[in-house]
Write a new protein. Structure first.
Lengths: 453, 223
């Protein structure tokens, strides 16, 4: 737009920027329209622009809003606004039984729900004092599904960062393999997401027939796929230019800001709860903790790719362990806690097994009463509080659970790694280029369902 | 002896489906729970890690009895109930002392113990982790709803920033010294603190096509 347009005294056109007088300054609010006209409307020399990125933006990983103060291409200040996906999961848990709470928590971090479930169930089991009564088969299957999900979660991280940086092929291949894992998880748990598969005391159900074979096929296929990602991206000049030396955050800053997971490991600190504070028997598995020292976005990308390979190793060891253990229960023997423990597939889908129904309806009044009480009222958990942390794909996922002795949780708090890691985005982006803000958010790989809960 | 949570199972909570009382069908639900007692664990705790941490803290922080109200060791976890006046000093010692080194603030959140006998119902619960020694510890500070003020931990662990904003948002605990204590999850103009125990679940009327759908407990009842 030429300069004469600016000097023309005219009323606000349909696309002209509206403004408010704020103190001595005139603040323009721009939504859409012609950018040149917008810039022309400002005073001469006023270079500082506040850009509101999100909450609905394809590269914000959901509903994250970034408020950027930019001058030219340089970011002066980054402020993050969250809360658009807050659904009150923690509060809702206080109004449901201990078993039902799992179905809420699984909806927090929707890309790695099995971790929230496991962290919560490990906490409840510690409160109940039944940690060593959980059958080993259940624990091994928990590890198995968690590691499968770690791969799928990292694949989404890879795919979405590719999409956000314009590498749409990365998106296609990332989602392609994730689909295979979702098929596996659907076969095992019945659902692609929000599984509610891990329950206090064990699992909702055992592995179905044919699951081992399907997982084995996936294990045979996946290493080649990881090589393909390396061939596609690791050496690619554009990918390297966008990621190398961008969004630097060293280990000390990570700890100060509470950042854990691949970002911390890419800064050189091999802190992985599976190794350092083992749970679910992780000390009995052989795997490495990939690290890097560059502390930039490229290092985080490499760490995530390496972790997929390590997860494959763990899944393979899980299958070996399951074969050695043989069939057995996947829920604690205590009938006062074990629910649901008698599921089977009927003509109309998954439900209580006909044998169980026949027993409680036909032969045992006490069993019927017990079933009714367990389903409607749930079980009581002795008072106390625990904090259990697991290594989720994004870092430390902690679950703080308080019981007052009742049939419902008194307080459930998820320490979600996405929530904490997002705090590091200003430190990664301020002073850098606008384009690198997208890279920073992609390298943090937040899941807003977990951030906002 | 496990730590008694200062809130009985009786009475206060309502079922989400609108059942009155506790929703308990056992017949025992009407029993009045005995008044909660605030317990303290005897030393030694019988756990190597917990005893080591507490001994080291005692050495590093003179006048610890003054700063700490009570200590609870339960289910392998050590909880220090710290008086709010001493929180910052204790926190700095926990972070910096070579024998303690709690470098990482894992989690900070709140809990509302409505019946706390001390009258200070709002608890700020901090989970610290030492990467050097691979330990965890819990620090709890309690304040009353009338005077819900405590020092912010952001000068010690910058990561407390969003955690404290969230706890302020949900519980109304005011962290003095926080640089921008604003709501983070709820809208800026929200009234009340949603995760307090006296705040109802879903008690908000919902606008739908110009009409208002009242909250569940205010809808028509046919019983």
């Amino acid at each position: 737009m030429s300069t004469d347009t600016r000097t023309q005294p005219s009323g606000p056109g349909p696309y002209e920027a509206g403004f408010t007088e704020s103190g001595a300054n005139r603040v323009y609010t721009v939504t859409g329209g012609d950018w040149e006209q917008v810039l022309g409307a400002g005073e001469e020399g006023a270079e500082r622009i506040v850009v509101n990125m999100g909450p609905q933006h394809p590269s914000t990983h959901g509903v994250l809003r970034l408020v950027l103060d930019i001058e030219g291409e340089t970011v002066l200040q980054t402020r993050l606004v969250i809360g658009y996906l807050h659904t009150g999961i923690e509060k809702s848990c206080e109004f449901r039984t201990w078993t039902q709470a799992v179905t809420y928590l699984t909806r927090a971090d929707y890309l790695s729900p099995l971790y929230s479930e496991t962290a919560f169930c490990l906490s409840v089991e510690r409160l109940l004092g039944i940690t060593d009564q959980v059958p080993e088969r259940a624990t091994v299957i928990r590890v198995l599904v968690m590691e499968l999900q770690r791969i799928s979660s990292h694949l989404v991280g890879l795919a979405t960062s590719g999409m956000e940086l314009g590498a749409t092929t990365a998106m296609i291949v990332g989602f392609r393999e994730r689909e295979k894992i979702l098929d596996l998880l659907e076969l095992i748990t019945g659902l692609r997401m929000n599984h509610a598969y891990v329950r206090p005391g064990g699992l909702a159900q055992d592995l179905p027939d044919g699951a081992e074979k399907a997982i084995m096929e996936f294990l045979a296929d996946m290493p080649g796929r990881i090589k393909e990602y390396h061939r596609l991206l690791t050496g690619q000049p554009i990918w390297k230019n966008r990621l190398i030396d961008v969004n630097y955050l060293d280990a000390a800053s990570c700890l100060a800001l509470g950042v854990t997971g691949p970002i911390l490991r890419a800064a050189g600190l091999p802190w992985d709860l599976r190794k350092t504070m083992p749970y679910c028997g992780y000390e009995t598995y052989e795997f490495d903790v990939p690290t890097a020292t560059e502390a930039d976005s490229f290092a985080r990308y490499l760490v995530r790719l390496e972790e997929m390979g390590e997860s494959l190793k763990i899944v393979e060891q899980c299958l070996d362990k399951l074969a050695k253990l043989g069939p057995g229960p996947v829920m604690v023997a205590d009938k006062k806690i074990a629910w649901p423990a008698q599921l089977s597939v009927g003509s109309d889908g998954m439900g209580n097994s006909l044998d169980h129904i026949r027993k409680i309806m036909g032969t045992s009044m006490e069993a019927l009463i017990h079933h009714f009480k367990l389903v409607t009222e749930g079980f009581r958990v002795p008072p106390g509080q625990v904090y259990t942390a697991v290594e989720a794909p994004r870092g430390e996922l902690g679950c703080h659970v308080v019981s007052d002795g009742g049939t419902k949780p008194f307080r459930v708090h998820l320490r979600d790694p996405s929530f904490v890691n997002l705090q590091a985005v200003p430190a990664m982006t301020e002073g850098g280029q606008v384009g690198d803000v997208i890279v920073a958010v992609a390298s943090v790989d937040p899941v807003l369902g977990g951030v906002d809960r | 002896m496990s730590e008694l949570v200062p809130n009985g199972a009786a009475g206060r909570r309502r079922d989400a489906f609108g059942a009155s009382g506790s929703g308990d069908t056992s017949g025992f639900g009407g029993l009045v729970a005995p008044p909660p007692v605030l317990t303290s664990s005897e030393r030694p705790f019988g756990d190597e890690q917990a005893d080591t941490v507490y001994d080291a803290l005692e050495r590093a922080f003179p006048g610890l009895e003054e700063a700490i109200e009570r200590v609870v060791f339960d289910r392998g976890e050590l909880t220090l109930h710290v008086r709010r006046e001493h929180l910052l000093a204790v926190a700095r010692t926990l972070r910096d002392d070579p024998a303690l080194r709690f470098e990482l603030l894992s989690s900070l959140s709140g809990a509302d113990y409505l019946d706390d006998p001390s009258g200070r119902r709002l608890h700020s619960v901090v989970h610290l982790a030492s990467l050097t020694y691979r330990r965890r510890i819990r620090v709890e500070v309690s304040v009353s709803a009338e005077d819900p003020v405590m020092p912010s931990l952001t000068p010690v662990w910058p990561t407390a920033d969003w955690h404290e904003r969230e706890t302020y948002d949900f519980f109304g605990i005011i962290y003095e010294g926080h640089h921008a204590l604003t709501r983070i999850m709820m809208p800026d103009d929200w009234e009340g603190y949603p995760q307090r125990k006296d705040y109802p679940l879903g008690g908000i009327p919902v606008d739908y096509k110009g009409a208002q759908v009242p909250p569940p407990e205010k809808r028509r009842s046919y019983s």
